[in-house]
Design a binder for this molecule. Structure first.
Ligand code: AMP
Ligand code: MG
Length: 338
């Protein structure tokens, strides 16, 4: 049975959230909102609880989870290295939408890290996530609360759609503010490297870490490596059930529109007049790129409810948060027109 727990996202009542925290402490699996997307959490030191996450999501065992904490003190129990070189990033972005990877302590179960000797850690800022962590009294291992491969959940309804009946509780704290998954940086190597772009933009993090390596495949200068830098990157992600054609080369847009006369187009507000007479799904205005990020996964889920075989999405100039949006769109697409 799944307990539905509705809370005020800004001021969650402690007695209500305590039910969710008790479930975590007893080895249960609970979905909860964070400032990025909804997470599916379990006590990170309870191996059977952690394994339930993989089973419920149908997640491959080698795709590691992110461990969430609410206090830097908790790092002592998790990581086996000096985190000095990450301290400016932590001071700036914690609590917040940035995940950092370090060498792990032996006590961190291999099941959490997909067999790796490193662990991903994040301190979320969402009041619900933060309070749930405080009340649980343990770091919470949590990937996104969707079925593996589906778009990440940004609303409790998305979690209900994918996981109702499979998890012990779903904490409903409304829509998640950023709407895309955290920025991930690996600090376990000599030179820090960006593994996943997210809400903290490349421009911002490069200012803080001038020697940060940005893999060339993220900048689209080369193809994705055959052996991924991060296990989760190997899988097709965030995808609607129907084929999605991402058009990056605008010169080929008319050709694609002709080829698929019934396909709806996912686009920014500024472009709708270009698709006169055709169904459009608006992501938001280019003047508010963070709103585009917030709406992205909801729109990708909407695509499946439209009765056509294919959908088209138009690409964005990959700047600021839209760089991360483009990264997700590329992973969601079944075909990319460049
Ligand atoms: P999710 O929370 O569903 O976005 O999944 C977490 C993602 O974090 C995984 O898919 C990996 O790409 C990444 N990740 C977690 N732990 C590690 C790690 N130790 N090394 C590299 N990447 C990691
Ligand atoms: Mg995920």
């Amino acid at each position: 049975m799944t307990m539905l727990i509705k809370v005020d996202p800004l001021k969650p009542a402690e007695d209500v959230l305590r039910k969710a925290a008790d479930l975590i402490r007893e080895g249960g699996v609970v979905a909860f909102p964070t400032e990025t997307v909804y997470g599916l959490g379990a006590d990170c030191f309870n191996i059977s609880a952690v394994l339930k996450i993989f089973q419920i999501k149908k997640r491959p065992a080698d795709n590691p989870l992110i461990v969430h904490i609410c206090d830097r003190e908790q790092l002592k129990d998790l990581i086996d290295q000096d985190y000095q070189k990450a301290s400016t990033v932590m001071d700036t972005f914690w609590p917040g939408p940035v995940t950092l990877i370090f060498r792990k302590k032996p006590v961190v179960p291999k099941e959490v890290t997909g067999g790796l000797e490193t662990v991903a850690v994040r301190m979320p800022s969402h009041p619900v996530a933060y309070k749930l962590l405080k009340l649980s009294g343990t770091p919470i291992a949590a990937p996104s609360a969707n079925l593996s491969g589906r778009p990440s959940p940004t609303r409790a309804e998305h979690v209900i759609e994918d996981l109702y009946g499979l998890v012990d509780a779903i904490v409903d704290g409304g829509e998640t503010p950023f709407g895309i998954e955290s920025t991930i940086m690996d600090f376990s190597r000599e030179r820090p490297i960006l593994l996943r772009p997210g809400p903290a933009t490349i421009e911002e993090i490069q200012k803080l870490i001038p020697n940060l390596e940005i893999p060339e495949f993220l900048l689209k200068k080369v193809n994705e490596p055959v052996r991924p830098l991060s296990p989760g990157m190997a899988y097709r992600h965030y995808a609607p059930e129907k084929p999605l054609i991402l058009v990056i080369n605008e010169n080929r847009l008319d050709e694609i529109l002709l080829k698929y006369p019934d396909a709806p187009v996912i686009c920014p507000q500024e472009m709708i007049t270009r698709f006169y007479g055709r169904r459009t799904i608006v992501l938001g205005t280019l003047k508010e790129p963070f709103t585009i990020a917030q709406n992205l996964f909801h729109v990708l889920r909407t695509v499946d409810s439209v009765a056509t075989k294919v959908a088209i999405a138009v690409g964005f100039e990959p700047k600021g948060i839209l760089f991360s949006v483009m990264n997700r769109l590329r992973k969601a697409a079944s075909e990319i027109i460049e």
